[in-house]
Design a protein around this ligand. Structure first.
Ligand SMILES: NC(=O)c1ccc[n+]([C@@H]2O[C@H](COP(=O)([O-])OP(=O)(O)OC[C@H]3O[C@@H](n4cnc5c(N)ncnc54)[C@H](OP(=O)(O)O)[C@@H]3O)[C@@H](O)[C@H]2O)c1
Length: 309
């Protein structure tokens, strides 16, 4: 069995490619940077380098695959988000048809059912519809919620300032989950031969959390009871994202996304069940995120060490 994995150096794709290799599946790992795919190549994956908006490259990489894992990658610093996503969506859909792939697992998102005003998720609504138009393709649309991993890059600022600042309304509880659980769901679907047609599966994490609860869990992990959540205005969020290097249109789409969460426009529609609830908790995920994004906890041989109690 052969499976092609887009974004194989990214968060979900790398876990999926590794999981498939461990199951002795022939893997084609797609991405743009050979260095970021070198480990998978050493583990036996075939590497296919190219851009996700190039249908000919994708069709070549998908050729002979029994199934493909697809996603619409983006670069937060690159302007022209929606146009770029449109080019990728068109190329991926064409490539699936050109290569005659019969089975597709697409990473979509909660909110992709909405026709607009969902910020960065707008492109996934269009993409889902485009993929749905393919004939003779079994299609699973995975619709995960907010990734726990989104909290990783903000940890250093939260720890330094004592404030977790975001525009998300503290009264709003959101489903959120680990990318490990997305990878497990994708791997199971890619390997399972008995599903057919066009399926949608929401992935909602173990429970809904508001951002005050998220901040409390970060505070517990850091042994920093002083940490607090502060809701900032959409304008303030926009300014902070621009300062952090987000392209103007991407920052505006991020703000629209937050407003869609706050208004309830983006919401789960499948309800909690064994199929939508995933096991990894934020408490489980935080130690890795701290290890990746902060120097906390400091090594015990360093001067001035604070041991988390
Ligand atoms: N963050 C969330 O809360 C959330 C929630 C729901 C859904 N999603 C969806 O998750 C998707 C991102 O998945 P992810 O987090 O697994 O990916 P990721 O970690 O952002 O990685 C993106 C991958 O795509 C590759 N890539 C980037 N630009 C590319 C291009 N132009 N052509 C070819 N490859 C490219 C990257 O490798 P190179 O840069 O080395 O090429 C990398 O392997 C998005 O579509 C998003 O809508 C996110």
């Amino acid at each position: 069995m052969k499976i092609a994995v887009m974004g194989a150096s990214g968060r979900t794709g790398s876990l999926i490619a590794q999981g498939l290799l461990q199951a002795d599946i022939e893997v084609v790992a797609l991405g743009r940077d050979a260095r970021r795919l070198a480990v998978l190549q050493c583990q036996g994956a075939q590497v296919a380098l190219g851009n996700a908006d190039d249908a000919t490259y994708l069709a070549h990489a998908f050729e002979g695959a029994d199934a493909v894992y697809t996603l619409l990658p983006y670069d937060l610093g690159q302007p022209g988000y929606l146009a770029s996503q449109e080019r990728q969506s068109t190329a991926i859909t064409r490539a699936i048809a050109m290569a005659g792939v019969g089975r597709v697992v697409q990473l979509s998102s909660l909110g992709a059912d909405q026709t607009g005003a969902t910020g960065m998720i707008r492109s996934l609504h269009t993409h889902e519809a485009r993929l749905g138009g393919l004939e003779d393709v079994d299609l699973l649309l995975l619709r995960p919620s907010h990734f726990f991993e989104n909290f990783g890059p903000v940890l250093p600022t939260v720890l330094a300032s004592g404030v977790h600042a975001d525009a998300v309304d503290p009264a709003v509880k959101l489903p959120m989950l680990s990318t490990h659980d997305i990878a497990d769901a994708a791997i199971a679907a890619l390997l399972e031969p008995h599903w057919h047609g066009r399926l949608i599966r929401e992935l909602l994490g173990p429970c809904d959390l508001d951002f005050v609860e998220v901040t409390a869990l970060i505070a517990a992990q850091a042994s920093r009871p002083d940490l607090r959540y502060q809701q900032i205005s959409p304008a303030e969020l926009l300014a902070r994202l621009r300062e952090a290097g987000f392209a103007t249109d991407v920052a505006a789409l991020c703000v629209e996304l937050v407003e869609a969460f706050n208004s309830g426009l983006i919401h789960a529609s499948q309800g909690r069940s064994a199929a939508t609830t995933t096991p990894t908790t934020l408490q489980d995920a935080l130690p890795d995120l701290f290890a990746m994004y902060t120097e906390w906890p400091q090594r015990s041989d360093q001067a001035g060490t604070v041991s988390p109690s």
